[in-house]
Design a protein around this ligand. Sequence first.
Ligand code: ZN
Length: 104
Amino acid sequence: MIQYKCPFCKTELETEEALSGAQDTCPECGRIHPVPLSKQDLTRARKEQKAEQKRARKEQKAARAAAWEAAMVAAVEAQRARKQQERLNQPSNTTTLESRSNNA
Ligand SMILES: [Zn+2]
């Protein structure tokens, strides 16, 4: 049984554990009120909350790693593009030599 006080009239109440977290009507004042969680449910809820926090932290870590990886890839791509651009800007006859040898 869950023992608690009616939030409205403060009457000591007892409810079956099956009603944990559900709504009940106070036999004294007749008002509908939420039944507090049973110890079992409270423990489970805390455990679930902890697991959820752990999962969220893990996800955050994974997201950070993914962002870092994406940044690395972007940096490498940028460097590659820059080098390619530099090569194109450089007065070199590599291309002409290649095309010449291809023609011959
Ligand atoms: Zn009441």
